[in-house]
Design a protein around this ligand. Structure first.
Ligand code: SF4
Ligand code: SF4
Length: 381
């Protein structure tokens, strides 16, 4: 069996020239740009723009990584476009806030249409056969995915596989949390999405990562590494090794290998470039336990209610903006807030909360954290 190749390249700053040189080296290590694209092809760059914010906050793929990848693709003769569908708001406004619109303009890279999409049927999907995919994705010949190394409430960490969720435009994303509240089903859907879109290459920005309360409200953590691979499962597994997280605890890795998208077993991965040991941060703040599955009948459903982590509001940080209620996908809302109420804070209703953690993910103040239960820590470790 051929091993999946993951290249690691050290890079300790976002200086444009240094990142360009590091990305050039990384691409050479995985076979060169021409291994992935042909002259004249329409290639879409897909950064992580969860919610456009200052690059220093490490929520989004850094503009210098975006620019390096864009330049190299253009030099190889690709017609490059870019985009992402963020948590909410237009692609353009989020790209602008993240500094990615400016970077795209410098290279004359147009924004692709991520605000509207079309229905596609993925016959070979294992779980979810129907998707609405952004027009910009469907109009491209191929995708180069630019994930950011960050923690994630539902999936433990967000990497190469999860990055394609932004290929589903706008509010169409929310329905999947309702349809698939089980994290392993949700991961299987993400894997189906990946086997439909099949990005040709993944370049992960791990120069500055996000630890703790990710993917939006954690703290920046300097990791000094860029990762390259055409196997998203292997790339995520190596990223997990760097942050000291067992890939078995990451539902997208489990389901990705089961679906044949790639491998997370280190014995089947060849790491090239700079040695992995120098990047390992065993004290990286990430939840090191399996997400609780609700499949398996009533016993598991009961266990989930007793053991599953909960979103909690920190009232000292909450500004009562109402974003959490807006993004909560269940009806009636599992977190609600009366806009006329200037005294009380929004409140979670755990009896109807499906633990999708969208409220935690998109709270602009970092006021929502995820609290594990002691019983859950014991059972699902
Ligand atoms: S999104 Fe965050 S800051 Fe806004 S109301 Fe909800 S908890 Fe408070
Ligand atoms: S309250 Fe938060 S975690 Fe619960 S269903 Fe709503 S958005 Fe998801």
């Amino acid at each position: 069996m051929n091993k999946s190749k993951v290249a690691l390249v050290a890079c300790d700053s976002y200086d444009d020239a240094r990142v360009y040189s590091a990305v050039t080296r990384g691409l050479d290590l995985v076979g060169g740009v021409s291994n992935f694209i042909k002259h004249g092809e329409k290639i879409l760059l897909k950064p992580n723009v969860l919610f456009g914010s200052d690059p220093a906050k490490c929520v989004t793929t850094h503009p210098s990584v975006f620019k390096a990848a864009g330049r190299l693709l253009q030099e190889a003769g690709a017609q490059v476009s870019c985009g992402d569908s963020a948590g909410f708001g237009s692609c353009e406004s989020n790209m602008r806030r993240a500094g990615l619109k400016k970077a795209a303009d410098e290279l004359s890279i147009p924004l692709a249409d991520f605000d509207e999409g079309q229905e596609v049927i993925h016959k070979a999907a294992l779980l979810n056969k129907r998707f609405i995919i952004a027009n910009g994705v469907l109009a491209s010949d191929g995708i180069v995915s630019l994930p950011k190394l960050k923690t994630h409430g539902l999936m433990r960490f967000t990497g190469a596989i999860k990055n394609q969720f932004g290929c589903i435009p706008g509010i169409n994303k929310g329905q999947f949390h309702i349809k698939m509240p089980d994290p392993y089903d949700f991961a299987a859907m993400l894997v189906d999405l990946n086997t439909f879109i099949r990005p040709r290459l993944y370049i992960m920005d791990g120069i500055m990562a996000m630890q703790g309360n990710g993917p939006r409200s954690g703290s920046p953590r300097k990791m000094n590494v860029l990762l390259f691979s055409s196997d998203p499962v292997a790339l995520d597994a190596v990223a997990c090794r760097i942050i000291g997280l067992n890939p078995e605890f990451v539902p997208t890795s489990k389901r990705g290998e089961e679906a044949g998208l790639g491998t997370y077993h280190y014995a089947n991965i060849e790491i090239v470039g700079d040695g992995v040991e120098q990047f390992i941060a065993g004290d990286f703040e990430v939840v090191r336990r399996r997400p609780v599955s609700s499949s398996g009948g009533r016993v598991m459903a009961f266990l989930k209610n007793q053991t599953c982590a909960k979103p909690i509001i920190n009232q000292t940080k909450c500004t009562r903006c109402g974003t959490c209620a807006k993004v909560c996908p269940v009806e009636p809302k599992a977190i609600d807030w009366d806009p006329d109420d200037k005294v009380n804070f929004p409140r979670h209703h755990y009896d109807r909360c499906i633990r999708c953690f969208c409220c935690q993910e998109l709270c602009p103040e970092g006021a929502i954290t995820i609290k594990n239960t002691l019983l859950g820590d014991i059972i699902f470790r």
